[in-house]
Design a protein around this ligand. Sequence first.
Ligand SMILES: NC(=O)c1ccc[n+]([C@@H]2O[C@H](COP(=O)([O-])OP(=O)(O)OC[C@H]3O[C@@H](n4cnc5c(N)ncnc54)[C@H](O)[C@@H]3O)[C@@H](O)[C@H]2O)c1
Length: 349
Amino acid sequence: MEFSDQTILVTGAAGFIGFYLAKRILEENPSCQVVGYDNVNDYYDVSLKEERLRILKETADRQETGAFVFVKGDLADKECLDAVFKKYQPDIVVNLAAQAGVRYSITNPEAYISSNIIGFFHILEACRHSYERYEGGVKHLVYASSSSVYGSNKKVPYSTEDNVDQPVSLYAATKKSNELLAHSYGKLYHIPTTGLRFFTVYGPLGRPDMAYFGFTNKLVKGEKIQIFNYGDMYRDFTYIDDIIEGVVNVMKKIPEENENGVRYKIYNIGNSSPENLLDFVEILEDCLLKEGIITKKGERELLPMQPGDVYQTFADVGDLERDFGFKPNTSLKEGLSKYAKWYREYYGK
Ligand SMILES: NC(=O)c1ccc[n+]([C@@H]2O[C@H](COP(=O)([O-])OP(=O)(O)OC[C@H]3O[C@@H](n4cnc5c(N)ncnc54)[C@H](O)[C@@H]3O)[C@@H](O)[C@H]2O)c1
């Protein structure tokens, strides 16, 4: 399925991944309309979300790009979401809006139930009714799941064939629930769905609640950085451009019917190359030193594991490679140096 003349609803368009996805679609598809939907909440610095929306509007104002409409709304607001479906009649829906973060789900569980469970249910309902409401309805629903569904999986790399029935955080439980809900709606109402388990995404204009960004802010202030499980942790860090390449590929391919007659698919999108947390901090510091963001390396405070955290993440991306001939390949050094350049330009102003 090509994007020409399609209307694509991207929820979470003011967010990190949603922004890059909307931008890429606009730049490459002049006949496309992107409808961005986001409640622009203050889970982290809202000015970053406003900056992303500003860039999206600026991109759409250039010649030879697609059209961009932004609706400020909450997924939990069924009326608002339904009105968007009625008005814009999306062909493809990419649901990236969610309450993200593992640790925040310990202190603010309600946000996860509202955005990730009720919100996702509203997306499914809107897709379900799209077939009665307009010609063709939603041809493909793509949604964000997470590597956190693997919990404390012992077997590596993590495969989509592995059993993921033992989440260790509420966040992970909501993401796994999304996959289950998608399957049931696929069976009952024939909505083709693809769930994407993203592995620790990072890059310019990223999320300040994530380790690489939080460490940077602390290092800039000369504060100690806290490293959990005494640094004995591994993460499959995935650069944003690789994630977007994966999402765009997946969006164009409506899944085949599975053995239950459901058009349902799950992919991992990860770098498939886990890095030790202490090595990661070293690479980050080298990039920040190179850009003159810091003048010396920081002090580390080594602490025990936090509730909800997992020891490692490691993506098996065999399915992605087989179906799309693509696998993420940006090295941490390359990706973090792009991030550091952006950080200097953005905060140096
Ligand atoms: N970044 C990662 O490392 C990562 C890893 C795994 C999964 N994910 C998932 O990918 C998706 C995008 O993540 P991100 O990193 O861009 O996060 P993000 O927080 O930057 O983006 C999410 C956006 O959704 C919006 N939003 C949240 N709740 C909403 C609601 N109820 N209604 C409308 N808008 C709402 C937020 O304002 C935000 O702009 C999320 O579903 C996240 O759980 C991200």
